[in-house]
Write a protein that binds this ligand. Structure first.
Ligand code: GTP
Ligand code: MG
Length: 217
């Protein structure tokens, strides 16, 4: 399977994790991924068409290599009917909203229930989802910056955690990713498969980057 594969070798274990990045239009999904992988940020907005992919290779620990396949899903409504296809075999997700646009927070539960209705872990549980309150370099709109309220919201709505992030200022992106990967690893759903390549999406080489866990996460 493409989403979660663990392959044991003499040298250690390799995992391929498919992770979704979802949320309303313009909340900063592509910017977060660009910052995480290429350490770049741009103020220019170009809407994602359909879906984009990025791959990051993490030397998680001396015995574990993780290939993180990030699926950057367009927020535009007209691509919404494709999400079932895009979500297939994902093992984790970021749901992103923009703290400076209240309407994007109001849409979080729509994205979460879309996710939970279309993809599940092999044991039927929801895949771990981390909520990202992005653009934290800006002012909150229509909501207080209230960590206790956000903690409660996450508990009530099945998010494993939430982080305030900024793609612009590079805040908390590595931390949020590390938390999500830890949640994925903690799930007892890592399947060893000899034929794991059969339906893996091919990614272009230029999106791939190898980093040390100590540097990136
Ligand atoms: P779609 O592809 O249409 O779904 O949008 P998206 O969620 O991928 O948003 P994108 O990353 O393209 O960012 C939209 C706009 O927000 C761009 O102009 C970015 O420069 C800006 N932006 C993204 N992240 C941040 C941030 O952390 N802070 C600030 N101030 N602006 C940001
Ligand atoms: Mg985008």
């Amino acid at each position: 399977m493409a989403g979660s594969t663990g392959t044991g070798t003499v040298a250690g274990t390799e995992h391929l994790f498919k992770v979704l990045v979802i949320g309303e239009l313009g909340v900063g999904k592509t910017s977060l991924i660009k910052r995480y992988i290429h350490q770049l940020f741009s103020h220019n907005y170009r809407a994602t068409i359909g879906v984009d992919f990025a791959l990051k290779v993490l030397n998680w620990d001396p015995n574990t290599l993780i290939r993180l396949q990030l699926w950057d899903i367009a927020g535009q409504e007209r691509f919404g009917n494709m999400t079932r296809v895009y979500y297939k075999e994902a093992v984790g997700a970021f749901v992103v909203f923009d703290i400076s646009r209240r309407s994007t927070f109001d849409a979080v539960l729509k994205w979460k229930s879309d996710l939970d209705s279309k993809v599940k872990l092999p044991d039927g549980k929801p895949i771990p989802a981390v909520l990202l309150a992005n653009k934290c370099d800006q002012q909150w709109d229509g909501l207080e910056n209230n960590p206790a309220m956000m903690d409660r919201y996450c508990k009530d709505n099945g998010f494993v955690a939430w982080f305030q992030t900024s793609a612009k200022e590079n805040i908390n992106i590595d931390e949020a990713t590390r938390f999500l990967v830890e949640s994925i690893l903690a799930n007892d759903c890592i399947h060893v498969s000899e034929n794991s390549d059969t339906d893996t999406v091919k990614l272009t080489e230029d999106t791939e980057e190898t980093v040390d866990k100590t540097q990136c996460c």
